[in-house]
Every structure is written in structure tokens, then in C-alpha cells.
Design a protein around this ligand. Structure first.
Ligand code: DAK
Length: 256
């Protein structure tokens, strides 16, 4: 279907469309458990795509059985999830879409929730089962899940380990769309293509601004939004966007 642009045992990167990268977690035997090596490789992959000047949107996925069943529990006794790798995962400036089939548990769900959009299979299984290990979510689950689905359901999922289906995830606002499993990748790639057609700097600025709604006060975020707006207005792409509107034609973005 597409050119493979990087193949490492545990992370496979393909380019299904000019400006879109498809990144696949690839530890199928352990349901894509996120070992520190996998987190590091994924972080490095996202950083490289972020800097390559070509990629404008990323689809992150696993396989039919699992997006990811969480951090690798086999590593917990020795050292546990390494903060420096996991922190790098949240830092990409590119818009990301999680394409979730099968299991998204613990750190797997946290990774999916850190993406900008989430497409899930109707029968996907999403949960934060850390309580069964005697711990709590440690990579954003208590915060991102609660903000997405509200306190009532989040409490049930985090304190009781209740799983929800993809369909429920859509109903509760956790996923953008729930579709039959075989449609997950096509739908995610189509959305990525549409993201890649927007003005790249505006998409990056919009992603940052939305994230700030959860990170700082409304007042500070409104000031940042205004500043981002005025600085985008100075870009070549904004001039092109305005000119194209007035000329009644489609804009051609340069990413400048
Ligand atoms: N880690 C390691 N191996 C795993 C795994 C995991 N999370 N999940 C599954 N596996 C392995 C199984 O051990 C099994 O290996 P073998 O026995 O074949 O060698 C293989 O994958 C297939 O799994 P099962 O045989 O168990 O398959 P089933 O279909 O019967 O069951 C299951 C699927 C998902 C219900 C079950 O495997 C399961 O309960 N897995 C554990 C799920 C879980 O508890 N996930 C949460 C982990 S805690 C942080 C960053 C991240 C985190 C925290 C902090 N910081 C940066 C601070 C994240 C924490 C977590 O995610």
C-alpha cells in the first residue's frame, strides 16, 4: 500500500501519502506492551518526522489485537517506565491521530489520549487497569481520561478497572469516531490526509493552543491565542489563504 520509510523491529514507519506518516507499534507477541526501548524508539521516530519538513500528520497504530496493552509490566520490577522516554512522547508538534483496534490499556490508552484525534474500532477495549497492579495511571490517565469522559465514568474506570468499548468511547467523547475494525485505518488515514492539506503552521499553532486550554488559565491562554493569531497573520501562508479566498481559488500552502 505504501513505501516503508523505516523499519525497526519494534516500530514500523510507512508513508501512505505524501505528507502523512503511518507509525505502527510492532511487538505483537506481548500485545505491543510499551517497553522503555519501544517508548524510546517511538519518541525518536516522532521527533524525526517532526523535523523532516515533509510530514504534516501522523497516524499512530498497533495491530488488530492491540493498539497497546500498557507499559511493559515485565520491566516494572527492574526500573519501571522511564520518565525521559515517556515525556518525549507528548512533545511532538505534528498533529497525531490514534487508530485503535483491540486493546488500549494503561499506558496504551494514555498514549492514544495524548494524540490529537482518536479513531477506534467499535469493539476495541479501552481501560486503565493499573489498580489491579496496586498502582494508578502514571502517564496522564487520571487527568486526560477525567477531562475527556467526566468524573463519573473516569472514577469507575480508574478505581474499579472498568473497560469500555470503542462505541462507548465515542459516546463519552473519548474518541472522535467509532467504526468497524476494518475501517479504523482507512478513516484515520483519510483524516490525516485532510489535516495534511491545511496550512501546516496554522495546524501546529492550533494544536498547541488547544493543549493550553488544559494547562494554564483562560486569561493566559487567550493572550497566547491572540499572539499566535497575529503572528500567523504575518506568514506567507496566511497571505496566500486570504488571496485565494478573494480570488475564489484553492490556496497552495508553502509551510511558511
Ligand atoms: N506488559 C508485558 N507483557 C504483557 C502486557 C504488558 N502490559 N500485556 C500483555 N502482555 C503479554 C502477556 O504476558 C502474554 O505474554 P506470554 O505469556 O504469551 O509470554 C502476551 O502478552 C499475551 O497476553 P495474554 O496471554 O495475557 O492475553 P489475553 O488475551 O489472555 O489477555 C490482557 C489480554 C490485556 C487482558 C492481559 O494480557 C493483561 O491483563 N495485560 C496487562 C494489562 C495491563 O495491566 N496494563 C497496564 C500496565 S501498567 C509512566 C508511564 C507509563 C505507565 C505508568 C507510568 N510514567 C512515565 C511515569 C503505564 C503503566 C501501565 O500501562
Amino acid at each position: 500500500m505504501s513505501d516503508e520509510i523505516g523499519h525497526d523491529d519494534i516500530v514500523v514507519t510507512e508513508r501512505p501519502h505524501e505528507h502523512v506518516a503511518l507509525v505502527r507499534l510492532n511487538r505483537p507477541k506481548v500485545l505491543n506492551a510499551l517497553s522503555n526501548a519501544l517508548a524510546a524508539k517511538l519518541a525518536a521516530t516522532l521527533e524525526a518526522l517532526d523535523a523532516d519538513g515533509v510530514t504534516r500528520a501522523v497516524v499512530l497504530t498497533g495491530d488488530e489485537r492491540a493498539f497497546a496493552a500498557g507499559a511493559d509490566i515485565a520491566e516494572f520490577a527492574a526500573e519501571g517506565p522511564r520518565l525521559e522516554e515517556w515525556d518525549r512522547l507528548w512533545a511532538t508538534g505534528l498533529p497525531t491521530i490514534a487508530a485503535v483496534r483491540g486493546l488500549a490499556l494503561g499506558g496504551g490508552l494514555e498514549l492514544a489520549m495524548s494524540c490529537d484525534l482518536m479513531i477506534v474500532a467499535d469493539d476495541a477495549r479501552l481501560g486503565q487497569p493499573e489498580i489491579n497492579l496496586g498502582v494508578i495511571p502514571g502517564a496522564g490517565g487520571t487527568q486526560r481520561l477525567t477531562r475527556a469522559v467526566g468524573k463519573t465514568l473516569a472514577t469507575e474506570m480508574i478505581l474499579l478497572g472498568r473497560e469500555i468499548s470503542g462505541r462507548e468511547a465515542e459516546q463519552h467523547g473519548l474518541a472522535n469516531r467509532s467504526v468497524p475494525a476494518e475501517r479504523v485505518l482507512p478513516v484515520a488515514l483519510e483524516l490525516a490526509k485532510r489535516l495534511a492539506q491545511q496550512a501546516p503552521n496554522a495546524v501546529r499553532a492550533a494544536k498547541r493552543a488547544i493543549a493550553q486550554a488544559f494547562e494554564q488559565s483562560l486569561h493566559a491562554s487567550l493572550l497566547d491565542e491572540r499572539q499566535a493569531f497575529y503572528s500567523l497573520l504575518q506568514t506567507e501562508d496566511a497571505r496566500e489563504g486570504v488571496a485565494a479566498f478573494l480570488d475564489k481559488r484553492k490556496p497552495v500552502w508553502q509551510g511558511r
